[in-house]
Design a protein around this ligand. Structure first.
Ligand code: GDP
Ligand code: MN
Length: 378
């Protein structure tokens, strides 16, 4: 689960990380009232669950009430790469001397959290990793989190001044604590800034929480903002489907996580691009199949759908019935390739052919067929 910047900053603040004050507004009037209270200049910041807001024009300084009204109105009307802006954060503008980067991610290969810091903050860290890899320092955390001596080493890498290092080091340790205590999979400050007055402040916050740990954090679970999330992911969660949106054109509906992974691999192998991972589980429940089809039907990037079922415990005829019910309900515009094999395969095939549909049994053939259909539809 992604948090908004203002929510991430609340967690940072509670952990002792210096963060400028701020409040959120849902309309221009509210924004001006907050800005008047905080004092000018302020920064008006789009609150959407996606990065790169600055580049998109979603972060602007306002020097007075008129400015604040105009910028808040403009930003609240924006759509940042598919994310409608419904709230803005109003925060006093900070005088920036230098922009630094600090982030903790899970290094899955090393099975350990990894702290990355760079003196080149403010820009995309992937860009720095590509062009100036020597400007990123990587430190693995251990069971104790980030020990003070390692925090100091990272701080030295970020700034040559001792007085500044003494401010940065505890922030890095606090960031490591937020990451561990809140079961995050990402905790990032970009930019972490120094000011001409010698302060160090977190001007942005990006926190991603591990959904599987939310049961342990009822307070954090309440921070979820379904209106700002991808509608497909919201519906999938509500229906108990396991869904991950990807960038391709081929929608996949599969029963079982292993088969879903294999399906995506095979699509990729044959030169296609999956639009999603979607596991409908062992169930043939028409509700679940309908929900799955709905998610894909709504996704404008999807050009064709592969319905891939292995009937083990699940019976193929049940799934075929679920699929036919789903198609009756939603009136699918997309070409569908069906592959099914296993228990009651023949009954399933008969059901489908009574409705003028055919099902393949070979997975390789089905994958190549769906790639071809997607190409025709493009
Ligand atoms: P992002 O683009 O979504 O990562 O949004 P950020 O919160 O990181 O803001 C983008 C950029 O706006 C920062 O890298 C800064 O250069 C600038 N910015 C943000 N807040 C302030 C501020 O208080 N003062 C100044 N001068 N610039 C700011
Ligand atoms: Mn940022």
């Amino acid at each position: 689960m992604n948090l908004h910047e203002y929510q991430g900053k609340e967690l940072f603040r509670a952990a002792g990380i210096p963060v400028p004050p701020g409040e959120t507004a849902r309309n221009a009037e509210e924004a001006v009232a907050i800005a008047d209270r905080l004092g000018y200049p302020v920064v008006v910041k789009a609150q959407v669950l996606i990065g790169g807001r600055g580049k998109a024009g979603g972060v602007k300084v306002a020097r007075g009430p008129e400015d604040a009204r105009r910028e808040a109105g403009r930003i609240l009307g924006m759509d940042i790469r598919g994310h409608a802006v419904r709230q803005v954060l109003i925060t006093p503008a900070t005088d920036i001397e230098k922009e630094l980067y600090a982030g903790i991610v899970l290094d899955r290969k090393a099975e350990t959290p990894l702290l990355m810091v760079s003196p080149d903050g403010g820009v995309d860290i992937e860009e720095v990793a590509r062009t100036r890899p020597d400007r990123i320092l990587r430190l693995h955390l251990d069971a104790r989190g980030l020990p003070a001596y390692r925090a100091r080493a990272a701080a030295r890498f970020l700034d040559p001044r001792f007085a500044i290092q003494r401010r940065i080091a505890p922030i890095l340790a606090q960031l490591a604590r937020v990451y561990a205590d809140q079961d995050a999979s990402l905790a990032e400050i970009n930019p972490l800034v120094t000011t001409p007055g010698g302060e160090v402040l977190a001007l942005d916050a990006k926190v991603v929480l591990d959904d599987n740990a939310l049961d342990r954090h009822p307070d954090l679970a309440l921070m979820r903002d379904p209106g700002a999330e991808d509608p497909g992911e919201v519906e999938a969660r509500e229906r108990g489907l396991s869904y991950v949106r990807l960038d391709g054109t081929i929608g996949c509906v599969v029963n079982g996580a292993g088969l879903a992974m294999a399906t995506m691999d095979l699509i990729q192998f044959h030169g296609g691009k999956p639009a999603n991972f979607l596991d409908i589980g062992g169930s043939s429940n028409p509700e679940k199949v309908t929900a799955a089809m709905n998610i894909l039907a709504r996704d404008a990037r999807v050009r064709a759908v592969l319905f891939n079922i292995f009937g083990g415990i699940t019976r193929c005829d049940d799934v075929a019935r679920g699929l036919l019910t789903a198609l009756d309900r939603i009136g699918m515009r997309l070409p569908i390739v069906i592959r099914l094999t296993g228990t009651n395969e023949k009954e399933a095939r008969d059901l489908l052919s009574s409705r003028g549909m055919t099902a393949l049994s070979d997975m390789d053939e089905a994958v190549r067929a769906v790639i071809a259909r997607a190409a025709e539809a493009a």
